[in-house]
Design a protein around this ligand. Structure first.
Ligand code: SPV
Ligand code: MG
Length: 560
C-alpha cells in the first residue's frame, strides 16, 4: 500500500488525524514512535534546522532531500510542507512529480506570494496570490499527480494576512472547487475563535486542517468536534530539541565533564536502537562474507612462562617482546594477522606489562598473572570477545597459511592441532616437550604421521584435551591458536561464567583451581558438555618459545 493510500484510509475513518512536525529522519522516527498518525515535514523546522529563516531561503531541492529522508525513516504517511510551491503553477507541477517520487502521501501549498514569510513573523509585509492564480496551482498539482490517492492540501493565509473571514472562506471554497483534497485554515491568533468560526461556516465537504500553535490550549478533541479532520502540531519536537540541546551544552561547557549532563541525554544504546544498529549487525552476519575483516584476534601474553628455561632472556621483557631478527614475536604475530586481514587485535599483557607496547593494538592487563593462567587472561579481554574471535598464545610463530585455513572454518569452535610431534622429540606424534607439557588432543580421526601429508578430509573433532593425556591416548598437539564463530564466542563466555560459578576456588579439570585453569581446561569442559570442538589438522608449520633452545631454533629458522 502506498503512503498516499494509507493517508486516504485514515481520512476515511471517523477519528481525527494528528500529525507532529519533523525536520530529519530521526525526528520523524520519534514522531512515529510517539504514536502520531502521520508526519508533517515542516518548512519551519527544516529551515530552522538549517539555521535560516522560514522564508523560501532553502530551495525546493534542499527541502525535498530532507523530506525524502523523513519519509524513508518512517512507516506512517508524510505530508510535505511545500510552502508556496516554489514558483507558479508550472513549478508546482514539477514539485508534485518530485515529491510523489519521494514517496510522500501529500503535499501542502499555501497562497503566500514568493518569497514567503513564516506565518508567525511579526512586522513583515504579507501579500497573497490572487485566488485565480492559486486555484490554478491547485489544478496543476492535481493534474500532475500520478497516484490517484495522492493528496493535495491547499492552505490559505487570509486570516494570517489580516484579510478577514469572508476572504478566507472565499479562498477555501475556490481551492476546494479547484480540486484540493483538504483545506488548511491557518491562524496566528492566541484564541481558537477564528478557526472555529471558519469551521462553523464551512459549507463544503472537503475536510479541514488546522495548526494549533498559537491557540495552544485548544486540544485535538475540541478541534475534532468542531469539524477539523486533521490537526498538526507543527514544530514542537524541534523546539523541544533546541531547548534541551541548548541547556545541556551550556551545562556541559560549565562543568567541563560529560558525566555532568548524563541525566539529560539518552544513552548511546537508545540511539543505536532508534537507528537500527541491531538490524545492521544481523544483516552483516547474514550477508557479508565471513571473512577476516570481521574477526578480532586476542593474543594471550600475560604469563611469565618457564622462568628457569628462559632467564636471562626474559629478565627485562615479557616473552612476546623477545626479538627475532629485528622484530619481536608480538610484532610478527600482528603482522601475520594483518596479512590475513585481521585488523582488530587485542593483547592481554601482565608480566612486565609496561614493556609491551605496539601501535594499533588494544591492550588489556591481567594484573593477577602470577596467580592465574591463560583462561583468566583470555577473559580479561572479555570486551573484545565479540563476534568471530581468533585466540592466539603470545609465544608462538606460525606459517600464515595456517591462519588463513583456520579463518575459513565454519565450525563454532576450531582448534589448530599439529600431528607432527616435535623434531628431535618423540616421533609418535606426541608433544613430549621437556618442560612445557603441551596441551594434547585426542582427535576423532587419527592421521598417519609417517605420510607427512594431511589429506583434505575436512575438519577433525577433538574428543579429549589436556596436558595429562598420555601418549597412547593423544595424537595431536593444540598449538595455541583457535577460532570461535560468533556463536562459539558466546558459548565460550557462557561456559566460562557458568563454570566459574561452580568451580571458583575448586579444582577444574587439570587445574588445581578454576583460577589457574588453562584454555584446555575450558575446552575439555565444553567437550564434556557435548559442545562440538573441531580441529584443523596441520603438520608442522609453527613454533613456540618455551626454552632458550626454542628461542635459538626460532633464530635459526626464521629467514627475515
Ligand atoms: C510549518 O511548520 O512550516 C508550517 C506551519 O508551515 S507554521 O509554521 O505554523 O506556519
Ligand atoms: Mg511552513
Amino acid at each position: 500500500m502506498t503512503k498516499a493510500s494509507m493517508l486516504r484510509k485514515l481520512l476515511a475513518e471517523s477519528s481525527p488525524i494528528v500529525l507532529a512536525g519533523a525536520h530529519n529522519g530521526i525526528s520523524a522516527r520519534l514522531v512515529e514512535e510517539a504514536g502520531f498518525n502521520a508526519v508533517w515535514a515542516s518548512g519551519f523546522e527544516i529551515s530552522g534546522s538549517h539555521a535560516v529563516p522560514d522564508a523560501n531561503i532553502l530551495t525546493m531541492a534542499e527541502n525535498l532531500a530532507v523530506t525524502k529522508n523523513i519519509n524513508d525513516s518512517v512507516g506512517i504517511p508524510v505530508i510535505a510542507d511545500c510552502d508556496n510551491g516554489y514558483g507558479n503553477a508550472i513549478n508546482v507541477m514539477r514539485m508534485v512529480e518530485e515529491y510523489e517520487k519521494a514517496g510522500v502521501a501529500a503535499v501542502c501549498i499555501e497562497d503566500n506570494v514568493f518569497p514567503k514569510r513564516c506565518s508567525f513573523y511579526g512586522d513583515v509585509k504579507r501579500e497573497l496570490e490572487s485566488v485565480e492564480e492559486f486555484a490554478g496551482k491547485i489544478r496543476a498539482a492535481k493534474q500532475a499527480q500520478r497516484d490517484p490517492d495522492f493528496v493535495v492540501v491547499a492552505r490559505t493565509e487570509a486570516l494570517i494576512a489580516g484579510w478577514g473571514m469572508e476572504e478566507a472562506l472565499k479562498r477555501g471554497r475556490a481551492y476546494a472547487t479547484a480540486g484540493a483534497d483538504l483545506i488548511l485554515i491557518h491562524s496566528k491568533s492566541s484564541s481558537p475563535e477564528e478557526v472555529l468560526a471558519f469551521a462553523k461556516a464551512w459549507d463544503m465537504s472537503t475536510p479541514l486542517v488546522c495548526v494549533p500553535t498559537t491557540y495552544n490550549t485548544t486540544g485535538v478533541d475540541e478541534l475534532s468536534a468542531a469539524n477539523f479532520k486533521v490537526v498538526i502540531f507543527a514544530n514542537h519536537g524541534f523546539r523541544a530539541a533546541v531547548k534541551n540541546m541548548s541547556e545541556t551544552l551550556k551545562e556541559l561547557r560549565n562543568a567541563g565533564r560529560a558525566a555532568a549532563v548524563e541525566d539529560r541525554i539518552v544513552p548511546l544504546k537508545e540511539i543505536y536502537r532508534l537507528i537500527g544498529v541491531d538490524d545492521l549487525q544481523a544483516n552483516e552476519a547474514e550477508y557479508l562474507p565471513t571473512d577476516a575483516r570481521n574477526v578480532t584476534a586476542v593474543i594471550v601474553a600475560a604469563g611469565k612462562g618457564f622462568e628457569n628455561e628462559l632467564m636471562p632472556l626474559i629478565a627485562d621483557r615479557p616473552k612476546a617482546m623477545l626479538e627475532v631478527k629485528g622484530k619481536t614475536i608480538l610484532e610478527r604475530q600482528v603482522e601475520s594477522l594483518h596479512a590475513s586481514a585481521v585488523r582488530k587485535v587485542a593483547v592481554v599483557r601482565g608480566y612486565m606489562k609496561e614493556k609491551m607496547v605496539l601501535p594499533e593494538v588494544r591492550f588489556y592487563d591481567n594484573d593477577r598473572h602470577a596467580e592465574t593462567n591463560v583462561l583468566a587472561s583470555l577473559l580479561c579481554a572479555e570486551e573484545s570477545l565479540k563476534g568471530r574471535v581468533v585466540v592466539l598464545y603470545g609465544d608462538i610463530l606460525f606459517d600464515e597459511s595456517i591462519l588463513e585455513k583456520l579463518l575459513k572454518s565454519e565450525a563454532d569452535v576450531t582448534l589448530v592441532v599439529d600431528h607432527a610431534g616435535r623434531d628431535g622429540e618423540a616421533s609418535n606424534g606426541n608433544g613430549n616437550h621437556p618442560v612445557s607439557h603441551p596441551e594434547m588432543v585426542k582427535t576423532a580421526r587419527r592421521l598417519n604421521n609417517s605420510a607427512r601429508f594431511i589429506p583434505d578430509a575436512g575438519l577433525n573433532a577433538a574428543l579429549k584435551i589436556g596436558r595429562g593425556l598420555n601418549n597412547d591416548e593423544a595424537n595431536a598437539e593444540f598449538i595455541g591458536m583457535a577460532l570461535f564463530s560468533e556463536k562459539g564466542t558466546e558459548i565460550l563466555k557462557s561456559v566460562y561464567h557458568d563454570a566459574q560459578q561452580k568451580y571458583a576456588g575448586k579444582p577444574f579439570h587439570e587445574a588445581k583451581t578454576f583460577e589457574q585453569a588453562s584454555l584446555s581446561d575450558l575446552l575439555q569442559e565444553m567437550i564434556k558438555r557435548d559442545i562440538e570442538v573441531a580441529c584443523l589438522d596441520i603438520y608442522k608449520g609453527w613454533m613456540e618459545v618455551d626454552t632458550f633452545d626454542d628461542y635459538r631454533k626460532m633464530w635459526a629458522e626464521i629467514e627475515k
